[in-house]
Design a protein around this ligand. Structure first.
Ligand code: RUQ
Ligand code: CUA
Length: 642
């Protein structure tokens, strides 16, 4: 073994004992994180164990040419604004689904159809053209994925997007009213109010950044008057149903399997405006919402109000308005120091909230929260049934099917495996029980981590993927902005084994791992879906109404239906292109030289663009997507006459 490999395979046992490390004080913690990042002095900088000495079966992650992966991974793209799709265990990336970003590959943000989804200003330009996706989750039937939709947030412009999983395309984007820092998002796993409905009908959205409500110039300098809202959106109509005004803020969101409870972890119960203020309290909270009670209030129109121009009904979830548990709509369960992340265990019993600035994970029993709402539990803190010390900087937790939890430790650069039942026994006083089962190094500083099917009741305990925030020294150098690393960990045995890593472009946050049989895609569109489709190349034509010209065009490899079309300088030109090819994988592109136009039409799809003919001359239009031996010849000419 060469020196490098030896270093990489450094034994985890050489790390300091986690148990001896108590809460770090605030200053020390900031120092640890800062020094680690700037000076490259990351904990155990030798990096992740490759499992080299463990007899690891690296063949498990091999997917040979022509073989298919077992899982899809849907991953947020972070500030690139997209959603990525990978195959696991290979780590091969299939697609970047454009959502809040512009994407020349398919013409997202250029075509009229995508602009209608994204939203435009009165002049036809995009209202927003960037976004920050953090959390991507799928629609459920009875506690497991139904393959219908993915939902993803935009933290910058506070929008919720829906992706159709038959075509892997975004079909709806809405903006949440009076929200800043839309971070956590989770669909319900079944209807929380109507016992008979077993599928996702709602999507819940958290507001991380408290702001003046409404933000119209009032209260700007009085941080204490800012507020946060928790928002519920109808999953089908994508209309905002209601909001709850809360104390503190929202970070991530989790939903219960019985559909009755939704929660958001809160790291800023201090309601501060600087990080020092936000870290002041030793305890923050996990705020639970009683969805049935909220919906009843909204339905009765009782004690609802609106904020600013928004028509969305809002109810008051702040503690002062919810003193009696028997009528309360919110329950604030105290959780140590700035928790980040809340995750539901697949047995439906617990939510786990990580400490971030506390080395603990807090286990909250949902049945006890329900009892608190019935007045049968004394204080919200009595709903906590476990709080093991697991390591430094715990962020997100995934679960297997054997009662174990896997939490990312940002500061320790590790994944820690711990047993939930053991944590509960320890909390009850059992001093001998072994809570932490295993630790493994990752490279470096993991953010989210998640298990295969782990956000469903079909968690299968096969894989854990660690999305790491830093990749220094892991890959060939490629300039100052590094890619990030995702590491695949085999969790089938007692010991976790890191089997593979793949690059991800900056920067994925959360992902989910979905069994491949759940996803059923269509490979070809239906012409009838597109009102402007031309069904026969013979119907290709140029229509003029005053200065507005519409070019109805078709494609069939290797030709467009018109070899040229004429317009006049100053015309508003709309090109509607229908791809008549019916063969799977036979997509064409359409680009116009010097006119900044480029988009793709898939088999039997129709897409359109509108622009001003502001330059006279001849402009070649060509197919951008390699489709045929005569792909280069697949061209037309736009002739703009003076
Ligand atoms: S967050 S690294 Cu945006 Cu999901 Cu925790
Ligand atoms: Cu059509 Cu290339």
């Amino acid at each position: 073994m060469d020196k490098e490999t030896q270093q990489t395979a450094q034994n985890v046992d050489s790390l300091p004992d986690q148990g001896r490390r108590r809460f770090l004080n605030t200053a020390a913690l900031v120092g640890v994180a800062g020094a680690g990042i700037s000076a490259g002095l990351l904990p155990n900088a030798a990096g992740a164990a490759t499992g080299d000495k463990s007899g690891a079966d690296f063949g498990k992650v091999e997917v040979h040419p022509g073989q298919l992966d077992e899982y899809y991974s849907f991953s947020s793209g972070g500030h690139s604004g997209d959603v990525r799709v990978y195959g696991l265990p290979s780590g091969r990336q299939f697609k970047s689904i454009p959502v809040f970003n512009m994407d020349a590959l398919v013409g997202w943000g250029l075509t009229n159809e995508s602009k209608a989804v994204i939203g435009t200003k009165p002049d036809g330009s995009l209202k927003y053209n960037c976004g920050d996706t953090h959390h991507v989750h799928q629609s459920y039937t009875n506690g497991t994925y139904n393959g219908k939709y993915s939902f993803v947030n935009d933290k910058i412009n506070c929008r919720l997007a829906r992706i159709r999983l038959d075509t892997f395309e975004c079909d709806k984007i809405i903006e949440l009213p009076n929200v800043q820092g839309f971070h956590g998002v989770f669909p319900d796993k079944r209807d929380p109010v109507d016992e008979k409905i077993n599928h996702t009908t709602r999507v819940f959205c958290g507001m991380e950044f408290r702001a003046p409500l409404p933000n119209d110039g009032r209260d700007m300098h009085d941080v204490k008057k800012y507020g946060a809202l928790f928002t519920c959106v109808d999953a089908e109509s994508m209309k905002v149903k209601w909001q709850v005004r809360i104390s503190g803020n929202c970070d991530l969101v989790a939903t219960s399997y019985d559909g009755k409870l939704v929660a958001t972890n809160q790291y800023d119960t201090e309601e501060g405006a600087t990080y020092a203020d936000m870290m002041a309290n030793e305890m923050d909270a996990c705020c639970f919402f009683n969805v049935a009670r909220i919906e009843a209030m909204i339905k009765a129109g009782k004690n609802t109000f609106t904020i600013g121009d928004s028509k969305v009904p809002v109810v008051d979830g702040r503690p002062a308005a919810n003193k009696d548990p028997k009528t309360a709509i919110t329950c604030y369960v105290p959780v140590p120091k700035s928790p980040h992340g809340v995750n539901a265990s697949p047995d439906g019993k617990y939510f786990v909230c990580s400490g971030k600035l506390s080395p603990t994970a807090t286990v909250i029993e949902l049945a006890l929260v329900q009892k608190w709402f019935n007045g049968e539990v004394k204080t919200p803190r009595d709903c906590v049934v476990g709080e093991p010390e697991i390591g430094l900087g715990p962020l997100h937790t995934g679960f297997d099917n054997k009662g174990n939890a896997y939490t990312t430790l940002f500061l320790d650069s590790q994944i820690v495996k711990w047993n939930v039942a053991a944590a509960i026994a320890q909390f009850k006083g059992d001093k001998k029980v072994k809570v932490v089962q295993d630790r493994v190094d990752v490279h470096y500083q993991p953010g989210h981590g998640f298990t295969s099917m782990g956000e469903t009741k079909e968690a299968d305990g096969k894989w854990f993927l660690s999305d790491n925030k830093f990749s220094k020294d892991r890959f060939l150098p490629h300039g100052p902005l590094h890619c990030e690393s995702a590491q695949l960990i085999d969790i089938t045995g007692d010991k976790m084994v890191v089997l593979a890593d793949h690059t991800t472009l900056s920067e994925p946050h959360d992902s989910i791992i979905v069994r491949r049989d759940i996803i059923k895609t269509r490979q070809i569109y239906d012409l009838n879906e597109f009102p402007h489709a031309i069904k026969d190349a013979k119907d290709s034509r140029i229509e003029r109404k005053g200065k507005k010209v519409t070019i109805h065009l078709t494609s069939a490899a290797p030709a467009f239906s018109m070899t040229e079309f004429k317009v006049k300088l100053g015309d508003e030109v709309t090109i509607i292109l229908t791809n008549l090819d019916k063969v799977d994988d036979l997509s064409h592109g359409f680009a116009i030289e010097k006119y900044n136009i480029n988009f793709v039409v898939n088999p039997q799809q129709t897409q359109s663009v509108t622009f001003k003919a502001d330059k006279p001359g001849v402009f070649w239009c060509y197919c951008t997507n390699f489709c045929h031996a005569l792909h280069l010849e697949m061209r037309s000419r736009m002739i703009v006459e003076k």
